[in-house]
Design a protein around this ligand. Sequence first.
Ligand SMILES: C[S@@+](CC[C@H](N)C(=O)[O-])C[C@H]1O[C@@H](n2cnc3c(N)ncnc32)[C@H](O)[C@@H]1O
Length: 218
Amino acid sequence: MKKIYGIGIGPGDAELLTLKAYRLIEASSCVFIPENKGDSLAGRITNEYIKDKRVIELSFPMGADNQERYIQGAALINDTLKEGESGVFLTLGDPMTYSTYAYLMRALVDLKIDTETVPGITSYNAAAALLGLPVALRDESFYLADGDVSEDILKKIDTVCILKVSKNKQDIISKLERNGFHYYYVKRCTQESQSVITDKEGILADKDYMSLIFARRS
Ligand SMILES: C[S@@+](CC[C@H](N)C(=O)[O-])C[C@H]1O[C@@H](n2cnc3c(N)ncnc32)[C@H](O)[C@@H]1O
């Protein structure tokens, strides 16, 4: 049987890969990486570990409906691996958190390719560490959201992290302010160009997709 390890490579700092991720990449001859508009952040992060291995890029444009591409990607993996061979698919953060891999995995399973998932450090874990703020303390609840927040949920929780905020920041910030949250905009967390923006104007002016808003009840 062919096998793919779906590996979470963390938020950007190459030292934030798990030992298991590192070992599996080292042991693999075939590395599959997601590519978007000619660039692969996952490839750049793991560059020093991939070295001269065979790298195959799978194109998954960010923010697009890639359903057909997951099927094509799985077919390419199937054609590339020999019977009994395994490869790794590298994905940012954690593979089971708003990740391309979760969709690709379904298409791989449909082709009877064995899969094993290796968890990674998420962007929100990295942001919490950078900000020195807990994700959750005793009796608290945490809300992870994608591109928008529900005010009904905000009223019941203590900490929230919103990913993919680039298109809807004004609305998100208004909801956070109305519900008594102190918020931080974290961009490219653990990467060379990492920054934290707290003033509203600065947050609204920024356009980077690799950004999130982390907020705690004041
Ligand atoms: C498709 S999701 C991937 C989430 C990823 N699987 C994880 O575990 O964090 C992409 C979104 O994750 C967030 N993200 C990923 N890496 C980030 C980083 N280093 N700094 C800030 N936000 C990041 C951004 O909100 C971005 O729009």
